[in-house]
Design a protein around this ligand. Structure first.
Ligand SMILES: [Zn+2]
Length: 324
């Protein structure tokens, strides 16, 4: 979709949204091999990569770019191949991802699964430059997997394939970076389901990148404290019925049903409590209960589960859902 142009000498006075990094300005920028349109009217530079794009396209998609380019036009500063040069302080990878998404609908087709890095790049840049339609599309990928309502949890879909074991750490770190509180309760809950204490505290090696993915120290504490919080909340909500067999009216076999309640309780809490408070009713739990007990337990389980969902954010020291 674009042809690569030749490298340009670093400008002496590039237009910039922030003070120029002398190291970057002097180390010889190169033109992007993917986003360089010969008929482009403006050159954007991020780190050491330049992108030749169209002023009108950028202004059409982003009010921030519109203002920035209008101001820049009146100032008339450094140019590259007769196009004004604008130096941005974004990562080249993030900016390239967004520019490709803006120019080629097939590149970010929201009918398809997308890699986490693509979602992260688009959220970062589209939030900063208020590219609303891209931001909303990218955010939908995250909220589909880490929803903000119980109904959405029950129809949860995973559209960001995770190629590394630290996926939930990546998601939490991104949510903190971009202030996306709505996805944090579900992301922390899934962390507890997937990771051990050792992994939460020590991080998880990412084989492909040769690095360790880890939560911030404060979020490690949130997750560890959250373990106990989730277990206590589970016992008081979703699984409260396990200790309420004596409340069942019309049980046809008191001894057998009480034993069934006890055995189910054992399977939930022993040898270690399971993080199962958002699980729907399991027919196995009721297979040795009478009909009255099954109806009672299912009803209490369903109500308790809804109550657990409302308490989920506070388990991780997060604001209530309504404030997310
Ligand atoms: Zn019974």
């Amino acid at each position: 979709m674009a042809s690569s142009g030749s490298s340009e000498r670093a400008p002496k006075r590039p237009r910039t949204d922030e003070p120029v990094d002398e190291h970057l300005a002097n180390s010889g920028p190169t033109n992007s091999s993917t986003v360089w349109f010969d008929d482009g009217s403006i050159v954007l530079q991020a780190e050491n990569t330049r992108f030749r794009v169209h002023r009108t396209v950028m202004a059409l998609n982003s009010p921030i770019f519109e203002d920035m380019l209008n101001i820049g036009q009146s100032r008339g500063e450094e140019s590259v191949e007769d196009c004004p040069l604008v130096v941005l302080h974004d990562s080249a990878k993030d900016l390239e991802t967004v520019l490709r998404a803006l120019y080629d609908r097939r590149y970010f087709d929201d009918d398809k699964d997308q890699p986490f890095d693509t979602i992260a790049s688009i959220l970062r840049v589209s939030k900063k430059y208020d590219i609303q339609h891209l931001y909303e599309k990218a955010l939908e990928y995250l909220t589909a997997e880490f929803p903000g309502t119980l109904d959405d949890w029950d129809s949860r879909s995973i559209r960001i394939p995770s190629f590394n074991n630290g996926h939930y750490f990546d998601v939490i770190n991104l949510a903190r970076e971009l202030t996306l509180p709505i996805i944090l309760p579900a992301a922390f809950y899934l962390c507890l389901q997937r990771y051990s204490c050792e992994q939460i505290l020590g991080g998880i090696p990412n084989r492909t990148a040769g690095e360790v993915i880890r939560l911030s120290p404060s979020d490690q504490k949130v997750a560890i404290v959250g373990m106990r919080q989730v277990v206590c909340a589970s016992a008081a909500t979703t699984f409260e019925w396990l200790g309420q067999h004596h409340e069942v009216e019309g049980c046809s076999n008191r001894i057998a049903c009480a034993d069934a309640f006890h055995m189910t309780s054992h399977s939930i809490w022993k040898p270690f409590p399971s993080y199962a408070a958002l699980c729907i009713w399991d027919v196995e739990w009721g297979k040795d209960m009478c009909k009255k007990c099954v109806a009672f337990a299912k009803r209490r389980h369903s109500k308790g589960r809804e109550f657990f969902w409302t308490r989920l954010p506070e388990c991780f020291d997060l604001p209530p859902w309504a404030d997310s």
